[in-house]
Design a protein. Structure first.
Length: 428
């Protein structure tokens, strides 16, 4: 049940109850009070009429006597009146009839002189009828006032309470269903105003908490996609952001490079894991320094690093592979004891078009095969695989026999291709 209906359900019975009690009390007191008032008023009026009769010697002037009796006819409780002299009717009310055949229960006789008298006849029922009519009029006035009070109270409740509660309810509903929190403006300072102020405080607190939670989630999400040792992105980042691989802008193509540090286990065994961590961080820094801003360097796992090049001219692919290798071998890495450690790396380098659906997993598998071939051919070199097909159009085996391969070692680039170069599917 709505609050407005509850308010009316309580207000109207209360008003009706009060009205009933008031009307009952007024009816109980008004009858006796008004009866006494009417009796006193008629008695006073009778005295004035009698005085006028005597003063003007109305016994000798019937017309004047009738005029003097006329005010008694204005009183609803007076049934009849007679003015007699020597038992002779001089004037009467009603005129010409007097009290013949009249029914009354109270008579007032006033002697005005020898043989001259004034009789006033009244009835209690007429008095009560007059009181009843007066009470009825009072009742109608009271009920009209009561109705206006109920209407005024209802309108006031609607304006002061109902609308404000509806706005608060709408704001809370919107905040709950759409998560778009709405604050309200209410500076009234009353009870509802304080409720609105508390609601606004809760909204601000929730917004601050949600913003704090959003920043925390962003930090956690960023942390979950970063390698804590090197600060590079990790495999999870690659799976979320590089699968599928981005489409390059023709005629460029994308490349995937998988780099593995040569003899890294020997570094850990000889110099300790702290030195191994130093080598990993140094390699990460060198790879980041030698690639463009649009390339992404990822620690793929252990001593393996994945580098994604989104837009590269196919002709400079081998030069990029050479640059990566040179960045690793160029200078010894300074260990904690001041000792310099020279390292090299092997590289598998493939265009993204080797994965027809541009899925990361397939591209990495071909890069891993090329890396395995580079390590098997002496390390410190890059194997650039241009196609997943041999010269007969058959899918290459795991050893990449008869594959379209470019070898990069140091500054030397050796293209070993027994097919027409124009047949290479470099762009995607």
């Amino acid at each position: 049940m709505r609050l407005y209906a509850k308010f009316l359900a309580i207000l109207i019975p209360c008003f009706l109850c009060l009205a009933g009690i008031g009307l009952w009390y007024e009816h109980r007191t008004a009858t006796s009070v008004n009866t006494d008032d009417l009796t006193q008023r008629i008695g006073a009026l009778t005295g004035r009429v009698a005085t006028a009769m005597v003063r003007h010697n109305a016994a000798d002037n019937p017309s004047l006597a009738n005029d003097l009796l006329a005010p008694l006819g204005h009183e609803p409780s007076v049934v009849c009146a007679e003015y007699t002299s020597a038992l002779r009717l001089i004037a009467s009310y009603p005129r010409g009839l007097g009290c013949r055949n009249a029914q009354f229960d109270q008579v007032t006789d006033v002697e005005l002189g020898e043989g001259v008298s004034l009789r006033i006849a009244m009835t209690e029922s007429l008095i009560k009828g007059a009181v009843g009519r007066q009470l009825q009029q009072s009742t109608l006035t009271f009920l009209g006032t009561l109705l206006l009070a109920v209407i005024s109270a209802s309108i006031g409740f609607r304006l002061i309470v109902g609308r404000r509660l509806e706005r608060l309810n709408q704001a809370m509903t919107v905040s709950t269903e759409t998560r778009k929190r709405q604050s309200l403006a209410d500076d009234s300072g009353d009870e509802i105003g304080r409720i609105v102020a508390t609601y606004n405080q809760l909204i601000r607190a929730e917004n601050e908490l949600e913003e704090k939670l959003r920043r925390t989630n962003l930090q956690l999400n960023e942390s979950s996609q970063r390698d804590p040792l090197t600060g590079l992105y990790n495999r999870l980042f690659a799976q979320r952001n590089l699968d599928p691989l981005p489409n390059p802008t023709p005629p460029d193509t994308g490349f995937i490079a998988l780099l593995d540090i040569d003899h890294f286990k020997r570094v850990n065994d000889t110099h300790g894991h702290e030195a191994g961590d130093t080598v990993l961080k140094a390699v990460a820094n060198r790879l980041n320094a030698c690639v463009r801003d649009d390339a992404v360097v990822i620690r793929w796992g252990g001593e393996e690093f994945l580098i994604a090049f989104p837009n590269v001219n196919p002709e400079i692919g081998p030069m990029l592979a050479s640059r990566l290798l040179n960045s690793i071998r160029q200078n010894p890495i300074a260990l904690a004891g001041g000792e310099g450690l020279s390292i090299t790396a092997s590289l598998g380098f493939v265009p993204c078009c080797l994965s027809p659906e541009r899925d990361l997993k397939t591209a990495v598998e071909w890069a891993d095969r090329a890396l395995y071939l580079a390590k098997g051919n002496g390390r410190d070199r890059a194997c650039v695989l241009w196609s997943d097909r041999d010269s007969n159009g058959e899918l290459l085996d795991a050893q990449l026999k008869h594959g379209d391969i470019t070898w990069v070692s140091g500054a030397a680039i050796d293209r070993r291709d027994d097919r027409n170069p124009s047949d290479r599917p470099l762009s995607a």
